[in-house]
Ligand binder design. Sequence first.
Ligand code: ADP
Length: 235
Amino acid sequence: MGATAFRTVQLTKTYGSGDTAVQALRGTDLILPAGEFTAILGPSGSGKSTLLNILGGLDRASSGQAWFEEHELTALSDAGLTRYRRDHVGFVFQFYNLVPSLTARENVSLVTEIASHPMRPEEALARVGLADRAEHFPAQLSGGEQQRVAIARAIAKRPSVLLCDEPTGALDSKTGVAVLEALTHVNTELGTTTVIITHNAIIQKIAHRVLLMADGRIVDEIVNPTRLKPSEVSW
Ligand code: ADP
């Protein structure tokens, strides 16, 4: 068996306390092999974002343990979590959060200027199929193109893992497929462990592994014997 990227044991997360406490995770166990493309599906409120945020070092568990490779995330200080995010994690969210006054290339440069072994912004944009859009401003790009700039920004520092929260949630099928093509291309070419959480059940067809969440737990896990290409799915 290959290396493991993420492992969690009985992870729980409770927001708030007393009568208003919400148990977002109720003992989540997972193992995600390095280099895989994993989709996490489940109804709204099932704990997908909470789990992704803990794996990405954006939030802390209430109990249980989470590891990234040999780093126990649940034992890190705030400074340690910040270092982990900076050195290892790229994030892609539903809304792209590009700086409107900067070009695509300049948006990617914001990250490459502070990373230790970045790729050139032009290379990051080429990897998501946007070599010819580098000098465009966000307002001159479609939603799908803006999301691909956000992916270029996330991968430019060569993260070990790319964590994506509903990356196609705001997109129609055609532009969403182009975003999925960019993500699968990065996963294949760079070997970046990719985790994507989604409402969109069709996305499970393109993943190596599918985790199904319900009520704060992983209730099913599927390893796809064959995968569809993004161009073979639509919604
Ligand atoms: P999903 O991503 O599957 O929609 P979430 O992880 O966002 O689920 O949420 C799981 C549960 O935790 C939901 O009941 C949600 O309302 C609650 N929750 C998420 N974030 C917070 C927060 N910051 N404060 C209080 N409750 C939260």
